[in-house]
Design a protein around this ligand. Sequence first.
Ligand SMILES: *Cc1c(COP(=O)(O)O)cnc(C)c1O
Length: 445
Amino acid sequence: MMVSKSNHSSEEELINLLKNKKETFWSNASLKPYHTLEDNLAIPIEDLHEAERLLQRFTPYLAKVFPETRKMSGIIESPIRGIPSMQQILEKRFQQSIPGNLYLKCDHELPIAGSIKARGGIYEVLKYAEELAIKHGKLTKDDDYSKLAHPEFKQFFSNFSIAVGSTGNLALSIGIMSAVLGFQVTVHMSVEAKEWKKQLLRDKGVVVVEHDKDFSFAVTEGRRQCQEESNCYFIDDENSKDLFMGYAVAALRLNEQLKKENITVDADHPLVVYLPCGVGGGPAGITYGLKYVFGDHVHCYFAEPTSSPCMMLGLATGKHEDISVQDIGLDNKTEADGLAVGRPSALAGRLVENMVNGIYTINDENLYKLLALLHNSEGISLEPSALAGMYGPASIDIQKQLSRMYDSRFSNATHLVWATGGCLVPKEIMEGFVSKGSKYLREED
Ligand SMILES: *Cc1c(COP(=O)(O)O)cnc(C)c1O
């Protein structure tokens, strides 16, 4: 399936591969040692700790209004799981050994929103709610936040509105959280947003505006309409520092989880993380946090669909949000709806341009095949976007890079594939995903 494509010598060659929808690897020549970056971070690490404290303050509230968070005492977090059968399947499939151990970060199980968006999206809504309640003298940071579940607060928040533009999952996270708090909430959905996601939101009282264009358009339109209203707060997936910080908190939590599992990360035990990338806030936020926690011992790779390699294009050309995949003739059409973004975030790419090791692209057919393989080997069901990271551990390009750095110590590696969504997908739709992947696999023989 995927061949090594790292030998493109120029930007022009890379763009040619992307144009032709070839699965491609881009190695980041601007990667820098973390100690050269840490004194000049564009967002101070104190903000990361403050984000974690805010989420902590809200735990009594979340445990009260979302019963599924009670077993974690109101903390929205997902487990890590070893996936040794899938590791063998990948090795066999790509005829490539994967030195070290393969784990899955199960964000598809995150409560409330069922995807990685439960990190950034919920954090930003809670932060805004706290700010409003404090400003109006209704809350102090020392209060028991479960009081926010009181009808008086719902009444209060109903004077304010929140809006967002999304391909689907961010809308779920923002829509559900905002509606439960009592906000008026409008989500602007891009063309690929799935019907079930829209219906689920309507059922919760969220106003769903459907656009027949892509993500960048839905965001622009949502932003414009929100600005025309009074008391409307726009959650801006192309620019938001709060979303970014909500994602970054994952790194502090992962550190604790790895310790609990006795998994060492140090100069002799690299951690390699594979992150599906849409507009970039999720993977970049997590990378930002992971670099702070693990420094040069963590290696972060992003994964994008061949039709929507916006972050690769933005970083490889240095043009960031000033270039889109449409500019090079791609259509930004992919079944990986969470990753169907043509223009990268203005913020995310800049924040990690010296931190991300590399990016690869993967086509839709291969996402479906990996979906079926994971389903059959481990009994884990993910949505197509969430499989983008799964190819990474078998990538020859990535293995070459890391073997050069670690030699035989590479066999001590922990590979962590970030599974970014899936548990809210209706059963019959998931069955359709699996059978599509199985069909593609059968057609190979
Ligand atoms: C949004 C999303 C991503 C990527 O996050 P970005 O912040 O858009 O880069 C990955 N997987 C799924 C399932 C998503 O919904």
